[in-house]
Design a protein around this ligand. Structure first.
Ligand SMILES: C[S@@+](CC[C@H](N)C(=O)[O-])C[C@H]1O[C@@H](n2cnc3c(N)ncnc32)[C@H](O)[C@@H]1O
Length: 280
């Protein structure tokens, strides 16, 4: 699968990324919306609550039992004992990813949706760090649906989000994606914003995209986490990016896909990175 390991792998990814074209700063486009919000959202004050929660999680030595549905686990999952602090460090979205998540949410919530709130779907909530960033981008006004395999993690995410975002609708579905995704798409879709952060394999990404695509709003944003996690994830990202009906923004650690009404199949024009000074 060629998993990305160590500095030399990351440097090599960085060099290739640097050769991709940059998006123009002044384009009148959804990308300029996301980039504008990304700049604005780096403001220190915005993140005080998030930082407070995150630093408590990072310092926590609480041990919880997590039901894992990762790559080599049996169908019914595997129970693991983990320390909350370790999980926050290893698996949760950090601030740099958070800027892009909140900027993506802000772009969707400022668009004319013909409805009151942005409808968000997240695959893999862990401790709710990414979800809090998404909801912050919508100024706490959203309908959020999180799918999580582990009951303990879903419980922690739900408690965190309901405490911090009292004006949003928060709903968690617990179980493996193979059981929760289909029903949520049928019952709740179409979604305006989707964050795919559950299962980092190219095959899973392509299959999730296939299921989710018909349940996206006409103009929806899909954020794919860890597109350079492995060669296989990057190959899947590229396959999606070059497919018809999407435009992309490659922010290095994550990729943003926007569904469009125009067909741009087979062009590289979508594989652009942000302007200077905006590192992922
Ligand atoms: C990388 S963490 C998510 C981090 C979170 N999105 C954030 O931004 O902080 C991945 C999560 O996906 C969950 N997960 C992975 N594979 C799953 C599956 N097949 N079904 C359900 N949950 C799964 C894990 O339990 C874990 O909590």
């Amino acid at each position: 699968m060629g998993k990305t390991k160590g500095w030399s792998d990351w440097l090599s990814w960085g060099r290739k990324w640097a050769s991709q074209p940059r998006v123009s700063d002044s384009i009148d486009h959804w990308r300029s919306g996301v980039i504008g919000h990304r700049k604005a959202h780096s403001a220190w004050g915005l993140w005080q609550d998030w930082r407070k929660d995150e630093s408590a999680l990072l310092q926590s030595s609480e041990e919880i039992e997590v039901l894992d549905f990762g790559a080599d686990c049996p169908k019914e999952g595997r129970m693991l004992k983990v320390q909350v602090g370790h999980l926050a460090q290893r698996a949760s979205s950090d601030l740099r990813k958070g800027y892009w998540l909140s900027a993506s949410a802000a772009e969707r919530s400022r668009a004319d949706l013909g409805q009151k709130r942005v409808k968000i779907l997240e695959l893999g909530t862990c401790l709710g760090s990414g979800a809090a960033q998404l909801l912050q981008g919508c100024d706490g006004q959203a309908q959020y649906f999180g799918l999580e395999g582990s009951p303990a993690l879903a419980g922690k995410t739900e408690a965190r989000l309901k405490r911090q975002f009292q004006h949003s609708e928060i709903s968690l579905r617990v179980g493996p994606f193979s059981e929760t995704l289909g029903p949520v798409l049928d019952e709740v879709g179409p979604f305006d914003l989707v964050f795919l952060d559950g299962h980092h394999s190219g095959r899973a990404l392509l299959s999730q995209w296939k299921s989710i695509h018909p349940h996206l709003a006409k103009e929806a944003l899909v954020v794919v986490d860890d597109i350079r996690w492995s060669q296989d994830m990057f190959a899947a990202w590229n396959a999606l990016a070059k497919d018809g009906g999407v435009e992309t923004l490659d922010v290095f650690r994550m990729g943003l896909l926007k569904t469009t009404t125009s067909e741009i199949k087979g062009t590289h024009s979508g594989l652009v990175r942000p302007p200077r000074h905006l590192w992922s």
